[in-house]
Design a protein around this ligand. Structure first.
Ligand code: FAD
Length: 447
């Protein structure tokens, strides 16, 4: 498709956020008789599903220690539920299963979920937690679990199916998705900081509003927008840190056990909730019984017919390459550098066996193809949703944002002039002002 010389709204990135923004914007513009999606183009240097959205595990949950994240997730779960079938969303629920060090945090999450009307059940104590899990899986055997938070909403979705469904939705509303166009910079209005045109390798597009949903490429767009690569951060104790890198990369480790997903059915014959375990119980190898770790570890898994097996992941690890030298392209499984490691496979399959005896001796079934990918995280690992240069909205989701399908809707409303309270805790100035999100005892950078 040829690049138009002008489009009122230019959305950069055909991932979950770009498409979700286009969906809401086109619906709203159409409703007000202003032409629906005809005023919107989405540009992507590769195409649909080329970024993190195309490889995400697809887990949708509310379980966050940060009140602002929980409120935002509750909104997003509502968007998933609004068209579950078309979005290929499976509302099977989600379980956070934890050892004692996380019990207090999980208790707080539960209390606040009740306060916002998000349906969940909390089981506490080792015997009660084991009984609860055995009622779901008769082969459950993880030791030292003292709390189970069972979210009745949430579940998972099938990334590429969801993205194709969203693309179909927006194209029916008149939005044009143009692949193979790389954005290279932005051109300001004379005498103002507002952006007048998007520069690409195929020419310029003049525009009135720009929305960037750039996933792991946040570092590069931040630079194109001439925003600071190092920032001042006031931490939760009030101490001020100068010269903190705005961005850092983590490798998200995921993989698949190539077995019949039906082997993970619950005792009642139904698809079980997504399972997430965080524990400090010693983890032993399912291959030779050796100790893998006696420190806190975490995994998540689900039966997934889209991935063709039991799919899941573990805590990510920090990429140590200096931030400006990290090669984001080629992305995901095509990267020569950033794919899930053999150590991950050994740990994850051993952890499955630690939790359920049905996974004993399954190491040979681990799918050896490259998987996983890097994420670009902010200084506090929570997203930045904000507006810059008068007319540029940035959705930098810090790469745990597949589930946040509702953010694009909220950004679309903001672009149309309606500030959204749910997005306020995610503005860029929180670092300088010290309005950071509270931090939990979870082994993940974002929970
Ligand atoms: C392995 C893995 C598993 C994950 N699992 C989950 C999960 O279970 N649940 C969850 O909530 N989150 C998960 N995430 C995080 C989630 O995938 C991301 O947060 C989310 O998909 C980001 O969406 P996005 O639309 O911002 O970016 P992306 O999907 O990355 O899309 C960005 C797009 O921008 C395009 N682009 C980049 N640069 C340019 C340019 N210069 N010009 C034009 N186009 C450009 C890219 O081609 C790409 O298509 C996971 C991430 C990874 C890596």
């Amino acid at each position: 498709m040829a690049l138009p010389a002008h489009s009122k709204f230019v959305i950069i990135g055909a991932g979950i956020h770009g498409l979700s923004t286009a969906w809401r914007l086109a619906e709203r513009l159409g409703a007000s008789g202003k032409g629906g999606g005809a005023d919107i183009v989405i540009l992507d240097k590769t195409g649909l599903a080329a970024g993190a959205s195309g490889i995400a595990c697809g887990v949708v949950r509310n379980n966050y220690f940060q009140p602002a994240m929980r409120k935002l997730m509750a909104h997003s779960v509502g968007v998933w539920e609004s068209d579950a079938e078309a979005l290929s969303y499976h509302p099977v629920g989600y379980m956070q299963i934890s050892s004692e060090s996380m019990r207090g945090d999980v208790g707080q999450i539960y209390a606040q979920q009740q306060a916002i009307g998000y349906e969940s059940v909390l089981i506490e104590g080792e015997a009660a937690s084991t009984d609860y899990m055995k009622a779901i899986f008769n082969d459950w055997r993880a030791q030292g679990i003292t709390s189970v938070l069972h979210e009745k909403r949430g579940g998972y979705s099938n990334q590429t199916k969801t993205l194709y469904a969203l693309a179909d939705k927006v194209e029916k509303l008149g939005v044009r998705i143009i692949s193979g166009v790389e954005v290279t910079g932005f051109k300001s209005e004379n005498g103002s900081s507002a952006i007048a045109a998007v520069e690409t390798d195929k020419g310029e597009i003049s525009c009135e509003q720009i929305i960037i949903g750039c996933g792991p490429w946040a570092r590069d767009f931040w630079k194109m927008l001439e925003l600071p690569s190092q920032i001042t951060v006031k931490d939760l104790k009030g101490d001020v840190h100068q010269g903190v890198d705005m961005w850092r990369f983590w490798q998200l480790e995921e993989g698949v056990l190539k077995v019949d997903p039906g082997m993970m059915m619950a005792n009642d014959g139904n698809v079980p909730p997504v399972i997430h375990v965080d524990t400090d119980a010693p983890l032993k190898s399912t291959v030779d019984g050796s100790l893998i770790t006696d420190e806190m570890w975490g995994i998540y898994y689900k039966p997934d017919w889209h991935f063709g097996g039991i799919q899941g992941g573990a805590s990510p690890y920090k990429v140590t390459t200096p931030v400006n030298e990290v090669a984001i392209d080629p992305y995901g499984p095509s990267s020569p550098e950033f794919v899930s490691s053999p150590e991950f496979a050994h740990m994850w399959v051993s952890a499955l066996a630690h939790c359920q005896s049905r996974f004993e001796n399954m190491m040979p079934k681990y799918h050896r193809e490259a998987s996983g990918g890097i994420g670009c995280f902010t200084a506090d690992s929570f997203p930045v949703f904000d507006h810059f240069h008068e007319n540029v909205a940035v959705i930098a989701d810090s790469n745990h944002g597949w589930k946040m399908i509702g953010v694009g809707h909220l950004i679309a409303d903001e672009v149309l002039g309606e500030k959204q309270d749910l997005l306020e805790p995610f503005r860029f100035d929180r670092f300088e002002k010290g309005n950071l999100h509270p931090v939990s005892n979870s082994p993940y950078p974002w929970s």
